[in-house]
Design a protein around this ligand. Structure first.
Ligand code: ATR
Length: 280
């Protein structure tokens, strides 16, 4: 039963715009499923108001928050304690108060890894080779996760050479970048292919690549989840390859925040997936 003397814990997602966010659906599902008192709302905060908003987070009754575009980088400088992952990413997506201090973490890395663990058990080959398409914030999280799992070679394929060279410099010799013209060669030795570009997302141009050079045992993962089955995943399935869609990354990255704010570890279940799939 709810104790009337204790305020209901409240968290939110901070972004601009934020109306499209599916995080309230995820946390709302868990609160109901675990029968916990709590609330999770959206807060549309313009960049010029972010510092003030974060400074007043607790006054507004929040025990923490998720942070999305365009605030993930700026919020890192506003937290009092940042995790090693958040510092390595230069961005945070989860905030909570601990011993009176505002903590920040980047749970995209853990979400990416947990999703692959769940959907493609045995995917992470120590000493393996991955090809990552894209060189934005999502690619940074993916590369960091793959290196943590012992991948020894990561081919980064990106349109803007400048951005992939910057990631190469940040991560060291295991990461080598090339333009799209280098894709076939990279694919021929790839155990895991990950698309982190916006190509293939609803409203964006399709991602059209030839998957023929991939070994038959390769896993293909698209972090895009709208639509759930992208052209890349369809092509991979047609070739008989194992595939992983991006929805689980969204669900798994939400787990640590929920545990911090509401005190229970939620599960990513088929029921939760089904609710989001219906909404996509
Ligand atoms: P995120 O933070 O989600 O990774 P981002 O930083 O905007 O988002 O990165 C988007 C990625 O999609 C980039 O790698 C981008 O390539 P550039 O670095 O060359 O911009 C890639 N991308 C977006 N539209 C593209 C297109 N039409 N063709 C090729 N790559 C594209």
């Amino acid at each position: 039963m709810t104790d009337p003397a204790r305020p209901v814990p409240k968290a939110c997602i901070i972004g601009h715009p934020v109306a499209h966010s599916r995080s309230p659906m995820v946390h709302g599902f868990w609160l109901k499923e675990l029968d916990l008192p709590g609330d999770y709302t959206r807060e549309d905060v313009r960049p010029e108001n972010l510092a003030r908003f974060i400074a007043s987070l607790r006054e507004r009754g929040y025990v923490g928050a998720n942070v999305t575009v365009p605030h993930k980088e700026a919020v890192l400088g506003l937290a009092e304690v940042a995790s090693e992952t958040a510092r390595a990413m230069g961005a945070a997506n989860t905030l909570w108060f601990e011993n009176g201090l505002l903590h920040a973490d980047n749970t995209d890395v853990a979400g990416f890894l947990a999703n692959l663990d769940e959907r493609a058990p045995g995917w992470d080959r120590r000493g393996g080779t991955a090809t990552v398409l894209g060189a934005g914030g999502a690619a940074r999280a993916v590369v960091y996760g793959l290196l943590a799992r012992g991948f020894s070679t990561i081919h980064l394929v990106n349109r803007s050479r400048e951005r992939s060279l910057a990631l190469e410099a940040a991560f060291g010799p295991a990461v080598t970048s090339c333009g799209w013209e280098g894709l076939d060669r990279a694919l021929s030795e790839t155990n895991l292919l990950v698309n982190t570009t916006s190509l293939g997302m609803a409203g964006q141009p399709p991602l059209v690549i030839d998957l023929a050079p991939l070994p038959d045992t390769a896993v293909v993962h698209d972090i895009v989840y709208i639509p759930l089955t992208t052209g890349l995943l369809s092509a991979a399935r047609a070739r008989g390859l194992a595939t992983v869609d991006g929805l689980g990354m969204l669900l798994h990255q939400a787990v640590p925040g929920f545990a911090h704010w509401f005190g229970r570890m939620p599960s990513v279940t088929e029921d939760l997936r089904a609710i989001l799939v219906r909404d996509i």
